[in-house]
Design a protein. Structure first.
Lengths: 209, 209
DNA sequence: AAAAAAGATTAAACTAGTTTAACTTTTAAT
DNA sequence: ATTAAAAGTTAAACTAGTTTAATCTTTTTT
């Protein structure tokens, strides 16, 4: 009994350390009391993936939403002719998982795969609902971050309509220099909605300017 | 004094009737008590626009978010060469306004213009914050609807990457038959990210199938 | 009813981006 | 160190969608 208590306190402290990036991130939007942090820690879990491993798969219900603590993932759609369309990359302090599948608990349209060894914090659908009940402030937190995500997706949509591939690539390089270094070119091409060959051509053009 | 009270009750009842579509819409996500409905009504306002009128303009801070009770609007981006890129149409029971400008209270990238005489309910930034304080459940409501909006924008982004213009048009027609009837073709072309001439060509192709 | 304005169509010339296929460079595995 | 696999480049032929410009149709205004 005593031993169990010590172990549990120890584990709790470990988890608090591992969750620190998430706690810092949350602190940008709302403030949590120590008790609330404890409740939060009891309703999330930690998981590590290897490079290449799938966090979620097209066709399966996306049971959790994932906060990336360390590493890098891609979320992509595999179309009828087997082509991969990258929807987003997620690095440290960003989220991944198919929100559509998660909120409706329906089969997902997308795969989520690790491009590096990746450490995530998972919010299962059920646990998140429990958290909303116990800490209503978290509704605000998620509202705020989802509002921001919607704004950036809208802006990306507009860029895809109004900019050429070259301008989109320049924008990407400026906006996400770290991501550009960590990820193969052919995936960046997919994210930009062009072929790897054409991205190669654009890069050569930029060198000649 | 008595007269004033009667007037105010009368106005309140009027507003409740006018706000009914919004109240029904909210009821799909959360339940409000009568008192909460009263508070809500005190923190929203009603406005009518003529066809062609601008609800919001590129460059101005978007001070409110708008729920469309009746009518139809387009939100669009005007690029460097004066071309219009339609981001979304909003009809009855949908929202409009530049969320990015609204949440950050920064100048907007988009115009919002009425395509028909349009009746909206406006949520000013300040009043919405008051509402969140007085009715925390509304955080949940807005989280839920923004989650849904993000999912549909993501899906649209994927369609723009993975489908041809023809397939996108077919999808649009199937998904939004009412919108297609109410809006000129050249605006639908803009929404789909193609020229009106090419949409014309696609329509002829579809007739010949 | 006539005139004007707005929207839709057609077709030819063009271009941004794709496809295919061969080749080079870099990274990972033995 | 060698080999294999993965990633990146090049170039020619191609195509989905654009541009320009003229014409036709529908709607709105007077």
């Amino acid at each position: 009994m005593f031993f169990h208590k010590v172990t549990s306190i120890f584990l709790h402290k470990m988890n608090k350390i591992k969750a620190q990036p998430l706690l810092n991130y949350i602190e940008n939007f709302i403030s949590l009391t120590d008790e609330e942090v404890d409740i939060l820690l009891q309703n999330i879990s930690f998981r590590n993936y290897l490079k290449g491993q799938y966090i979620a798969q097209q066709g399966d219900v996306c049971k959790s939403s994932y906060f990336v603590v360390k590493g890098c993932t891609k979320m992509f759609y595999l179309d009828d002719i087997g082509q991969e369309h990258i929807i987003m990359f997620s690095i440290e302090n960003w989220w991944t998982g198919d929100l559509g599948s998660y909120i409706a608990q329906l089969p997902s349209d997308y795969h989520v795969q690790c491009l590096e060894p990746t450490q995530v914090i998972t919010f299962s659908y059920e646990d998140r609902e429990v958290l909303f009940e116990k800490i209503p402030k978290l509704e605000r937190f998620f509202r705020l971050i989802i509002e921001r995500a919607l704004v950036s997706t809208n802006k990306r949509l507009v860029r895809n309509f109004s900019l050429t591939a070259k301008a989109r690539y320049i924008y990407f390089k400026e906006q996400y220099p770290e991501i550009e270094k960590r990820i193969p070119q052919y995936m960046i091409a997919s994210y930009l909605g062009i072929t790897k060959e054409f991205l190669s051509k654009i890069k050569r053009q930029l060198l000649n300017d």
